[in-house]
Design a protein around this ligand. Structure first.
Ligand code: IPE
Ligand code: IPE
Ligand code: MG
Length: 264
């Protein structure tokens, strides 16, 4: 089934999302889409609910986004779920986020397997609670042979920490300083071997990168939507991809550079 057919198969006919899907140029898809899932707290506040209800509602957006991205034929999807700085939040909020993550992994593992999705974690996973690590390890191991979309979850992740970790690994590897260049260094990052994000989406209108994929977003196209994460659905991902396809990428030159098809 072509990606367009696969996408259309998931949309009830006559639904407005169908027209949007038909506008997508499948020859010019971003190879890697990275998302800063933001606005859960505000979503809850608007409804006079506790912040954690926003996180709970955000799970539906994760489910929808993962499935839509896989159907579209995106090679890599990276979702920012918990930053190193998020430990500053109240302990009860942190533990609810971890609990929700665990539940998500349990309930969605079968969907990941059915959709041939490979699951990975980027971040300092070893600092997470042992039960969370076990759950993550299970999802990683069970999906390791999948050949479809690569789904990275950024957990206990910081962009600067990643660069420091990469520098440490480079030193430990014994690479000679004169042999270290950008390509070699990228091979020590958590995302080694993956294409850089072409499209960086942030929900809830904030115009900042919040320590996300600092090395990898050097030339990413940035798309900020006012939509709060719990409200983000298939349609919003289509809109972001369509906006991306209208951009002119130059990489410092004077002429637009065409998208590399099948960059991975
Ligand atoms: C994003 O929503 C979820 C995480 C950071 C885990 P927030 O919790 O940051 O929601 P706002 O920004 O307070 O609305
Ligand atoms: C970024 O959102 C982190 C995640 C989405 C996991 P934050 O809500 O933590 O970012 P700031 O604090 O507004 O910059
Ligand atoms: Mg936030």
């Amino acid at each position: 089934m072509s990606p367009l057919d696969s996408v259309l198969a998931s949309i009830p006919s006559g639904h407005p999302d169908e027209a949007l899907a038909r506008q997508i140029n499948f020859e010019r898809l971003p190879a890697h889409v990275a998302i800063i899932m933001d606005g859960n707290g505000r979503w809850a506040a608007q409804r006079h609910l506790p912040r954690v209800e926003g996180h709970r509602a955000g799970i539906d957006a994760v489910r929808d986004t993962v499935e839509t991205a896989a159907r579209l034929g995106i090679d890599v999807l990276t979702l920012y779920a918990f930053s190193l700085e998020n430990w500053k939040r109240p302990a009860a909020e942190v533990s609810t986020l971890m609990l929700l993550l665990k539940r998500y992994l349990r309930s969605e593992l079968q969907t990941l397997l059915t959709n041939n999705i490979q699951f990975r974690v980027i971040g300092r996973m070893e600092e997470l609670a042992p039960d969370i690590q076990d759950e993550l390890r299970t999802a990683i191991d069970r999906t390791v042979k999948n050949t479809g979309m690569l789904f990275n979850i950024a957990l206990n992740y910081g962009g600067r920490a990643e660069i420091v970790d990469a520098a440490r690994r480079a030193i430990e590897s014994g690479v000679r300083p004169q042999d270290l260049d950008e390509a070699r260094f990228a091979g020590f990052l958590y995302t080694a071997g993956q294409p850089d994000p072409d499209l960086l989406i942030r929900t809830s209108g904030e115009m900042r990168v919040s320590n996300y994929l600092l090395w990898q977003i050097a030339y990413a196209e940035i798309y900020v939507t006012e939509t709060l994460w719990p409200d983000f659905r298939r349609r919003h991902l289509f809109e972001a991809v369509l906006a991306y396809q209208k951009r002119e990428r130059r990489y410092g030159g004077i002429n637009p550079v065409p998208a590399v098809i099948g960059a991975q």
